[in-house]
Ligand binder design. Sequence first.
Ligand SMILES: [Zn+2]
Length: 267
Amino acid sequence: MSASVCVLGSSSKGNATAISFDDSGRFVLVDAGLTPRRVRAALVAAGATARFHTLRAIFLTHLDRDHWSPAWAKQLQRAPVPVIVRRAHAELALAMGVPAACVRPLDGSFRLGETAEVQPIAVPHDEIGSTAFRFECEHARIGHATDLGRVTDELLGAFENLDMLSIESNYDEQMQRASLRPFFLKQRIMGGRGHLSNDQAVDAARKLTASGRVQHLVLLHLSQQCNCPKLARDLFCQQVPAMAASLVISRPNEPTPLLRVRRVVLV
Ligand SMILES: [Zn+2]
């Protein structure tokens, strides 16, 4: 038995990651920024429908349009599943069309059925922040962090001893500065409450993979305007060489391979 993860798509055009904690075919989504139709198509494209056939819950990092597609509202009315958000995001979730019967506000750690312990970690992003999640099941410990302006000590503490890490690596600082984006937007992104640069992500990845347990390091939410997959790959391979063979770069419109994760016990 193993846990498995498939990033179905990740960019400012839409984010969704499927995680299963066992071999039952039941899975959760982290973010629903792709429409239900695109989620299904991505699972088919990844050849992952056997591992991911029954949706049991949706975790939302926050409510920006690229993380919550309103097309889910209809789908959830037909087939409700819990939509889990931090309490600070609950009101906005309702305003953005998440059906009231589905919203589950979360204050602290939480047990998802028999299979997983979930720890939400508030991270700085725009006004009301985003949420990183640590999932721990019998088979693996998985960390997922996207849309954060900086890596906090709380996040580093919660993400110790992971078996898999997915982290945003949004922009190359030089490309961001040289871009034609307006000044206020650059400020928003780079000012500590926006997104993580490649260098910030490298720094976090170096610390969080030092345990030697991490089997997959996935880079999320690369900017199409101010980043380049090859540039990010070269930087990570150079700066975090131990993870070079396990580095996966998510794409906007293409799922990653199905990534299996096992709990590593070091002796
Ligand atoms: Zn985003």
